[in-house]
Design a protein around this ligand. Structure first.
Ligand SMILES: Nc1nc2c(ncn2[C@@H]2O[C@H](COP(=O)(O)OP(=O)(O)O)[C@@H](O)[C@H]2O)c(=O)[nH]1
Ligand SMILES: [Mg+2]
Length: 430
């Protein structure tokens, strides 16, 4: 894969956000790697071997809620062979058990391709019991089951990725209509993670266009409705520290993204659709140099965020205006309540939300749920309870390294169980 070079980046403490890099060639041939710094010719090649090396260490999590079987099949077909597939479903089990249909689809795919996969259902009482036993009772709602939400599904996926012993986790939505797009996202994850050159790295996708029908014609729009708002406010939050306006963040809502587990297991994930924008905010909170960090070793290192613009059109299920509005507000809710967000940004968020009719004047935005880091879990207890109690936990040609260690092997020390205390900013980030 050949990517355009990223010439500029914006720093927020240890977090280095690289400007958007285009995919120039999906397949760059048998050329050797030119990913190393100092070999810049406007583009960088990541060799097929380097991509494969990452893929064989990557878990791809597919959050899925009531998507059609043929679309799911297409998504599976696009995930590179060496990645381990984890399907986390919140699909209806009555009147028709849609989860069973999904499991059959995954099983059949794995049989034909000779590859492993894991499936799990978010509302399986055994899954709730396992997360409780492993030390994350916050995930459980009043009904005694894991809460609904995409963030919650991603958290389960990350925990299973850690159980697998692999080093990276990537996310691909189950409602992607174009298998070639899924394939490109995964290749871009691997290329980006290879180029990032840090144990604590993240790659986020910005698709080039999203086709829509307008007056009977296909129109390829550049940005989603929700992304524009989320990105504008995230950029404003960064600019307020540096004193310079910026448009560096183009992937605030990126559902398609991947990260090293070294980083992922330290992050606090938010619930629902706040999960993606909150990843940026938590990076700023934990590694931005503004608040005291529980991980001074990471702050002393570097946390690169690569943003890659892919070529395939992003074609996914249209879930309507209300859904988009809801997502946009969840992003603003988490930004508003973050201790790193400066007062001018908070005021702008309030003003925007009132103008949108999402808030009454004088009201505060609601708080979103934020979970402790997945790295705080006792993985041996998690596995034992899933194994014993979770009937939806299907291991298709996959078994963990025995015995499962309590802590993810890549983490030097245990991750603190409780989130780092929220503190007021003490110093400006650079
Ligand atoms: N497991 C699980 N998946 C979910 C949940 N909510 C949404 N999803 C899936 O997450 C992906 C993204 O959700 P979607 O509603 O399409 O949001 P958008 O694409 O960001 O507008 C889709 O594959 C959904 O099926 C949930 O509560 N649990
Ligand atoms: Mg979607």
């Amino acid at each position: 894969m050949r990517l355009a070079d990223s010439f500029r980046s914006e720093r927020f403490g240890a977090v280095r956000i690289h400007e958007l890099q285009r995919v120039i060639e999906l397949d760059s041939g048998a050329l050797p790697d030119t990913g190393a710094s100092g070999q810049s010719s406007g583009s960088r090649v990541v060799s097929a071997n380097a991509i494969r090396a990452i893929e064989s260490e990557m878990v791809v999590v597919v959050p899925c809620m009531n998507e059609t079987r043929s679309v799911i099949e297409g998504v599976l077909s696009g995930i590179p062979h060496d990645c381990l597939i984890v399907l986390v479903s919140n699909s209806d089990r009555r009147p028709v058990d849609r989860f069973e249909i999904e499991v059959q689809t995954v099983e059949q795919f794995c049989r034909l391709t000779g590859r492993p996969a894991i499936t799990v259902h978010q509302k399986d009482p055994g899954v709730a019991a396992a997360f409780k036993a492993a030390g994350l009772p916050e995930l459980i709602g009043d009904d005694g089951l894991v809460r609904n939400g995409k963030g919650e599904a991603m958290l389960i996926g990350m925990a299973l990725a850690a159980l697998s012993g692999r080093s990276y986790v990537g996310y691909v939505d189950a409602d992607n209509y174009v298998p070639g797009a899924v394939h490109e996202y995964c290749k871009a994850y691997a290329a980006g993670l290879h180029l990032a050159g840090s144990p604590y790295s993240m790659v986020r996708i910005s698709w080039h266009s999203k086709p829509k029908l307008r007056d009977g014609r296909l129109f390829f729009s550049r940005r989603g409705r929700s992304s524009e708002v989320t990105n504008a406010f995230l950029n404003r939050a960064v600019a307020e520290y540096s004193g310079f306006g910026t448009e560096v963040i183009a992937t605030g809502n990126a559902g398609e993204h991947a990260l090293s587990l070294e980083l992922g297991l330290r992050l606090r994930l938010a619930g629902g659709f706040a999960v993606e924008p909150y990843e940026y905010i938590d990076l700023f909170e934990q590694f931005g140099g503004v608040l005291e960090s529980a991980h001074p070793d990471v702050v002393a290192s570097s946390v690169p965020v690569l943003q890659i613009e892919t070529r395939n059109p992003h074609f996914h299920d249209n879930k309507g205006d209300e859904h988009v509005q809801g997502m946009r507000m969840q992003a603003l809710n988490v930004l508003y309540h973050s201790p790193v967000t400066l007062p001018a940004v908070r005021a702008a968020i309030l003003e925007f939300m009132v103008a949108q009719g999402a808030l009454e004047p004088g009201q505060e935005p609601p708080r979103e749920r934020v979970y402790p880091p997945v790295g705080s879990l006792a993985f041996d207890l998690l596995y034992d309870a899933l194994d014993a109690e979770a009937t939806s936990f299907r291991r298709i040609g996959w078994a963990p390294a025995a015995p499962v260690p309590a802590r993810w092997p890549g983490l030097g020390s245990a991750i603190p169980v409780s989130p780092a205390p929220a503190r007021e900013p003490v110093a400006a980030a650079d």
